[in-house]
Design a protein around this ligand. Structure first.
Ligand code: URA
Length: 306
């Protein structure tokens, strides 16, 4: 079909309008998984800056066949142990994850569960997370923010996700909210040598956005294992996010805070309390009086438990 010059101008004007409106992809007859494709393109670029992934419809099959994830034997899901792994892609050494872009979230979550439960110590868990590429947050974060404090502590404090300062330092709660947390601990006679601190999600979400439900689900088995390995007497959830993720409760923090609950750790019911997140207290200083009560309650729980 021939188009007249005025048809062409009209079409160009329409495309300009679409571009100006932020439309950057067109719909074709074939269904394209753009999420998968962007992973494939990122991988291709990593291997060769000039590499182009030109034919979307061909990519998924080709990619799955060529790029299986590399998993260290001790951290392979049992379902894959002994299976033949494809040759490493790009020679980057063993990694665990979804570099091939073809593993759906559910499979990554199952893999995370198996990997986390295969670890026998905190050092092992940390190494496992360092090698895990199944959570996209790792791509934008500078560091894995695993933990701070004393692994033998009786109290474990759990936040949501690292921010900028934590990402730069590789330690949880070192920014402004961390300094407030230190002051609150000091007020009940504790410091970081007497507590263990971690986050539900160990990588900083870009721009400090809230982790997505998928990112949280992928990271959940690791923090669950971390709690098991620390095996504290008391767990304190800093903010609603970590309490909701780990206790499965739906209440808001106002309703939930200050109420003793239990968190199951290896067949044991561990005393658990949610309190306001220090970042919230920085914005709402009047609420500090309630946090103060919560921290006193933690202190008396510890004495009660002996
Ligand atoms: N907020 C969190 O939830 N965790 C941190 O480590 C820092 C800020």
């Amino acid at each position: 079909m021939q188009h007249s010059p005025s048809d062409m101008r009209h079409m160009e004007a329409l495309l300009d309008f679409y571009l100006a409106s932020g439309v950057d992809a067109s719909l074709g007859e074939n269904v394209v998984d753009w999420f998968q494709l962007s992973e494939v393109q990122a991988k291709a670029r990593q291997q060769s800056p000039m590499a182009q992934v030109a034919t979307p419809a061909m990519v998924p099959g080709q990619d799955a066949a060529q790029q299986a994830p590399q998993i260290p034997p001790q951290h392979q899901p049992t379902s894959q142990r002994g299976a033949v792994q494809a040759a490493p892609v790009g020679g980057a050494g063993p990694r665990v994850g979804t570099d091939h872009g073809a593993i759906p979230d559910q499979a990554v979550i199952s893999m995370a569960r198996e990997l986390a439960s295969s670890t026998g110590s905190l050092a092992d868990l940390q190494a496992c997370l360092e090698a895990f590429d199944g959570c996209n947050l790792k791509r934008t974060a500078k560091s894995l923010v695993f933990a701070d404090g004393n692994p033998d502590a009786r109290i474990m404090l759990i936040g949501e996700a690292p921010g900028r300062d934590e990402d730069l330092n590789g330690k949880p709660f070192v920014g402004r909210s961390g300094q407030l947390l230190d002051r609150m601990l000091k007020a009940i006679g504790l410091d970081r040598t007497q507590v263990y601190i971690a986050n539900t999600v160990p990588w900083r979400p870009p721009g400090n956005r809230t982790p997505t439900p998928q990112e949280t689900e992928i990271c959940r088995p690791f923090i669950q294992r971390q709690i098991e390995l620390v095996n504290p007497d008391v767990v304190v959830f800093l903010g609603a996010a970590s309490a909701k993720t780990l206790l499965g409760v739906q209440d808001g923090i106002r309703k939930m805070r200050g109420r003793w609950m239990t968190y199951p750790v290896a067949g044991r019911q561990v005393a658990a309390l949610a309190t306001y997140h220090p970042a919230y207290l920085l914005r709402s200083p009047l609420e500090k009086r309630l946090s103060w009560r919560d921290f006193l309650s933690v202190k008396s729980k510890l004495s009660e438990l002996g």
